[in-house]
Design a protein around this ligand. Structure first.
Ligand code: PLP
Length: 438
């Protein structure tokens, strides 16, 4: 396999990125606007990205990469998709923000509600973090209870009370609990073990009548990809209903990623509330939460649960989201995305086996994680046992070969519609070389 654009190990120029990073680090904590971008989990200098097109990114030194981060999930159509660029340009001509309702919010809500029948009413916000904060607030108001259950390793954004045993950047940096969060703020957050319904039952027994909601990444992306085993999600649905607590599916990552209607479509389950983000913004800052009408009508101004946003429902962001979802509707890409990704993960697994490298690859449709462990990864405890040193070496060797993977063992990689069979073959060929050296 000819790796045409990929330079040889150790040959890639990083001068510009290194220079930019030095200045950025003087001006911004860690030189970045979000922690995991800083490569702390793998060491080295982060790449400064100049542009993206289709499956490719180009850094400030002009190096080209096959991108498997996809802006951490949103870019399911690849970068600079013409339909999105066109929709954004068209919207821009009308102005950028009005602080008043626009028709575009109705269009996006129609598309979302068509995909997610459980979302009878929806509120748009600017990020996944905000979506989760809104959902938890309304859940507490509806049930008139204070406590929530989350799962070890699941990440739901950076609200104070959810930075408890959180995944994503927090997992990478080894700070499951953030400084600056008073104990009082997390005393109503109970932590259960993913894929372990007994741990949930135990919390309900000990906190009977006090739990407002269970919040879960129904397929996990933020401690690396982890799938729900057996009937875990169904059991959560049953427990929540029995206990009159709400079930919140945090589908910020999985919504429109694993299926048009997210994990709830795949498993045919109805959460009471759903949070969305990432793909619904088409690369712009959008989040949303929604669910049963009787719950959502508690949200201001219909009800007493306050939640607002100067730029919420921003018309440019809505236009990007609408264009993205319309493209997905037209392309129906999930089957082919899944096959393409399976080809990649099988190829990676075989390459690892050939060179005696122990890996477990967990995959859900077009999201996957290659864990350096021999165990099936069913929860955060197992994920944490993966060899992060080895992952770091793998990551950098792949990067040198033009393959841009998430710079952390505890993040999902994403395949987009734009990735070609050739990209997949190039990636496997690069991994083959790398596994030989590990
Ligand atoms: C990304 C993510 C969030 C946070 O979204 P932001 O837009 O980064 O605030 C919340 N929950 C899940 C499951 C996510 O993947």
């Amino acid at each position: 396999m000819q790796l045409t654009f990929v330079k040889k190990w150790g040959m890639i120029k990083r001068k510009q990125s290194e220079m930019l990073f030095r200045e950025a680090a003087q001006r911004m904590p860690g030189g970045v606007s979000s922690p995991v971008r800083a490569f702390k989990g793998v060491g080295g200098t982060p790449l400064f990205i100049k542009k993206g097109k289709g499956p490719y990114l180009w850094d400030a030194d002009g190096n080209q990469y096959i991108d498997y981060i996809g802006s951490w999930g949103p870019m399911i159509l690849g970068h600079s998709h013409p339909a999105i660029l066109q929709a954004v340009k068209k919207a821009l001509k009308l102005g950028t923000s009005f602080g008043a309702p626009t028709e575009s919010e109705i269009f996006l809500s129609r598309l979302v509600q068509e995909a997610f029948p459980s979302i009878e009413k929806i509120r748009f916000v600017n990020s996944g973090t905000e979506a989760v904060m809104g959902a938890v607030r309304v859940a507490r108001a509806f049930t008139q209870r204070k406590k929530i259950i989350k799962f070890d390793g699941c990440y739901h954004g950076h609200a104070d009370y959810l930075l408890v045993k959180a995944g994503s950047g927090a997992a990478t940096l080894g700070i499951p609990d953030s400084a600056g969060v008073p104990e009082e703020f997390v005393q109503n957050t109970l932590v259960a073990r993913y894929n372990d319904t007994a741990s949930v039952e135990e919390l309900f027994q000990k906190n009977s009548g006090e739990i407002a909601a269970i919040i879960v990444e129904p397929i996990v992306g933020n401690m690396g990809t982890i799938l729900p085993r057996r009937d875990f999600l169904l059991k959560l649905r049953e427990i929540a209903s029995r206990e009159k607590a709400l079930l919140i599916f945090d589908e910020v990552m999985t919504g429109f990623r694993v299926a048009f209607g997210g994990v709830q479509e795949l498993y045919n389950l109805k959460p009471d509330l759903t949070t969305l983000g990432k793909i619904i913004g088409g690369g712009f800052p959008v989040g949303a939460y929604g669910g049963r009408r009787e719950i959502m009508q508690l949200v201001a101004p219909e009800g007493p649960v306050y939640q607002a946003g100067t730029l919420s429902g921003n018309p440019i962001a809505m236009a990007a989201g609408i264009a993205t979802l319309n493209q997905i509707k037209k392309l129906k890409p999930y089957e082919s995305l899944s096959q393409k990704t399976q080809k990649l993960t099988l190829g990676l697994k075989e390459a690892a086996n050939r060179h005696g490298v122990t890996v477990t690859i967990e995959r859900a449709g077009s999201m996957f994680t290659l864990f350096f462990t021999g165990e099936p990864v069913i929860n955060a405890e197992v994920a944490r046992r993966a060899d992060t040193q080895k992952f770091g070496r793998f990551f950098h060797a792949m990067l040198e070969r033009g393959i841009y993977l998430p710079p952390s063992q505890f993040e999902a990689a994403f395949v987009s519609v734009a990735h070609t069979e050739k990209n997949i073959a190039q990636t496997i060929a690069a991994a083959e070389e790398v596994f030989k050296t590990l």
